[in-house]
Design a binder for this molecule. Structure first.
Ligand code: NIG
Ligand code: FE
Length: 387
């Protein structure tokens, strides 16, 4: 089956060989998808025939968002904590234990339904690839369950057994790390592609974090790190040291951290939804970009620090609050996310890529930042199929 998307006013391909600038923009364009992949991109007047046609009447079309960082397997919410925070209570990550308790107490059907609801919510806003972490189970059985459920929604699943030390292991971090790197990893690894750790004061120090990442790598998982979110620290350096695909948050960076990222393959994934919802200073995206670091944008969707699945909202924050240009933000939320997940088949709309795209109710991708809070995603195709 083939489908022709035509009358595209502005097509963002993310392939500079196909069009204008780093986003490879074409105007008055069309594309053809076949068996789920892009097979042709070019001027609408020269488009080949296809089995089905979708005339978007001058709208902008962008690659679907690649949300490379979410925590969507959980039960309950923490709206009281959010309200208190808006009244001045700082975010410490201490609330994670609340969600762990609710998640452990929930049955599979409850967790699956909540996850499905949130994944659909994300897709409606243009997300076509999503990474989902465990990390609210923190027992062997609950982490394995979280990853099994996450796998039902995406191949991009991440083992985050080292999110925090759960209450029953308080004061016994070493024993908990032994559990995480032993029986928990053994049960989790078959359902995960990635291993992650919250390397932060109050969570795991650099030695514990290194132990977790190395054990995950030995089990065939690829590392990524929650790094330098709440304060300066060794997380980013550790991410670069182990060759992590991504260092996530990067809110508090030293000059050395930026140099290390710039000379590495590690993507800096910025999560402005977390700074928004914890009322914290935003990361210095300009310094990272100007140093040549590859930057991704993701939602960090979770019930504590960032309860949004909206990539358009994160993109608007990146432009307004972090001084990324609209083009840098769009690239980071699509191709940047793909780089953070080491995927070359998503985050672009050029021949060979998956036909994952969003049609906007707007003439240009720049409206995503220009019209914050407005639901501009009109139609989403995933593998060439309408949502
Ligand atoms: O990425 N930093 C650690 N984990 C999450 C927050 C989890 C929570 O507060 O429930 C984050 O922000
Ligand atoms: Fe996170």
């Amino acid at each position: 089956m083939s489908v022709l998307v035509t009358n595209i006013g502005e097509l963002v391909t993310n392939d500079p060989a196909l069009g204008e600038g780093p986003l490879g923009i074409l105007t008055d364009a069309a594309l053809v998808a076949q068996e789920g992949h892009i097979v042709w991109v070019g001027p609408a007047t020269r488009a080949p025939a296809a089995d089905y046609g979708l005339d978007v009447a001058g709208a902008a079309v962008i690659p679907g968002f690649v949300d490379s960082h979410t925590h969507l397997v959980f039960a309950g919410d923490r709206v009281d904590e959010f309200e208190a925070r808006m009244g001045g209570t700082p975010y410490t990550g201490g609330g994670i234990a609340t969600t762990v308790a609710a998640t452990r107490a929930a049955d599979d059907a409850t967790l699956r339904a909540n996850l499905a609801r949130l994944v659909i919510e994300a897709r409606r806003q243009g997300t076509t690839t999503i990474e989902i972490k465990s990390g609210y189970g923190l027992t062997v059985a609950d982490e394995a369950r979280s990853l099994r459920l996450a796998r039902e929604a995406t191949p991009e699943t991440t083992f985050l057994g080292a999110h925090v030390v759960p209450p029953e292991y308080a004061g016994r971090t070493e024993e908990y790390v032994a559990l995480v790197t032993g029986p928990m990893l053994a049960e989790a690894a078959p359902h995960a592609r990635w291993v992650d750790v919250f390397c932060e004061r109050g969570a795991f120090d650099v030695d514990a974090a290194r132990t977790v990442l190395r054990a995950g790598m030995a089990a065939g998982l690829i590392p990524r790190v929650h790094a330098n979110q709440l304060g300066p620290g060794p997380g980013v350096a550790l991410a670069v040291e182990v060759g992590a695909a991504s260092a996530d948050h990067c809110t508090h960076l030293s000059a050395q951290d930026i140099d290390a990222l710039a000379g590495s393959e590690t993507v800096a994934t910025l999560l402005p939804g977390a700074e928004f919802s914890t009322r914290s200073p935003y990361p210095d995206a300009r310094r990272l970009l100007d140093a040549g670091v590859t930057v991704a944008l993701a939602s960090d969707a979770n019930p504590g620090s960032s309860y949004t699945t909206s990539m358009p909202f994160c993109l608007a924050l990146a432009v307004r609050e972090m001084r990324m240009t609209p083009a840098e933000a769009l690239w980071a939320a699509t191709a940047g996310g793909a780089a953070a997940l080491r995927r070359d088949d998503v985050g672009r709309l050029s021949p060979g890529a998956r036909a994952d795209l969003a049609v906007l109710d707007a003439p240009s991708y720049r409206h995503l930042a220009y019209r914050p809070g407005v639901p501009l995603v009109r139609t989403v195709l995933i593998g060439g199929e309408p949502l």
